[in-house]
Design a protein around this ligand. Structure first.
Ligand code: ADP
Ligand code: MG
Length: 263
């Protein structure tokens, strides 16, 4: 565990994306009780990119996200955020502070608080609920909340308890809760599971609009959805990259077809 001073030293290191990439994963390996969940995995994400990660169950997608966010430390390999920030030397909160946000599959909004309060709480990070809701917002903070509500399409729901939202709206709110933390890289795990077609279309637009200003990595099973947003797709299999390219390229790759037929 690093002390407060150490944490500040690390998180104040500036993100340097002068070489185009924002995330470098190199030769990563993770074993669970002798089982290789991640096997010489190398993967690079560019600044502003929207990348989709697909792969059969057990391919290592979640474990990869766990490494990036500091939840799991690999047995070997490298993980860098830009040129200078060594993710493997940092704790989960330090990594979040440095600008990597993660949205888990299940929405975890505060149901009894309003939509706007949920964004406020997320903006204040790990401070107490009492502090977060008493502290008066600065103009900049209020602007960020209003702007985020517009982006996620929930402006009319400002005063509504989050518990009253539909499943899709809760997912968007949770994406908003990441956005107010102004991440440089967003990791999104299965964003459209359980959504209606209409909600899926809206989510596709949202994710596409979020890339550019920040990098977005989406793990998703729904192929139709991936096709609707994909620029570059990475296929994971047995803890390594099996194929990478456009959706058409990977879907016509014989190795990818074989892996998916075998599911
Ligand atoms: P995916 O998200 O692509 O479905 P995961 O990253 O969840 O795959 O899992 C990769 C493999 O590692 C699976 O075989 C899974 O059972 C195994 N695994 C993941 N986490 C653990 C853990 N904490 N302990 C033991 N095995 C694990
Ligand atoms: Mg998974």
């Amino acid at each position: 565990m690093s002390d407060g001073e150490g944490a500040r030293f690390i998180t104040e290191q500036k993100l340097d994306t002068s070489h185009k990439a924002i995330l470098y994963l190199e030769d990563l390996n993770v074993s669970f009780d002798g089982f290789k969940a991640i096997n010489n995995l190398s993967l690079y994400i560019d600044k502003g990119e929207l990348r989709c990660i697909i792969g059969p169950n057990g391919a290592g997608k979640t474990t990869m996200m766990d490494i990036i966010t500091g939840k799991t430390k690999p047995d070997s390999g490298q993980a860098w955020f830009g040129q200078t920030i060594d993710l493997l030397k940092m704790t989960e909160p330090e990594i979040a502070n440095a600008g990597i946000g993660r949205k888990f599959q299940k929405p975890t909004v505060f149901e009894s608080h309003t939509v706007a309060e949920n964004l406020e709480l997320a903006m204040h990070g790990n401070k107490s609920v009492w502090y977060s809701l008493k502290a008066k917002l600065t103009g900049t903070q209020q602007f960020l909340i209003d702007d985020t509500l517009r982006t996620i399409g929930l402006t009319e729901h400002y005063y509504r308890p989050a518990g009253a939202l539909s499943h899709g709206q809760k997912q968007w709110l949770e994406i908003g809760m990441l956005l107010v933390q102004e991440p440089h890289l967003m990791l999104v795990d299965e964003p459209v599971a359980g959504m209606t077609h209409q909600e899926m279309d809206r989510t596709a637009e949202l994710l596409v609009s979020l890339a550019g200003e920040r990098s977005v990595v989406v793990v998703e099973h729904d192929m139709e959805f991936v096709r609707s947003i994909a620029d570059k797709v990475t296929v994971l299999h047995q803890g390594s990259v099996l194929a990478e390219g456009s959706m058409d390229e990977v879907q016509n790759d014989p190795r990818v077809i074989e892996v998916y037929l075998g599911e």
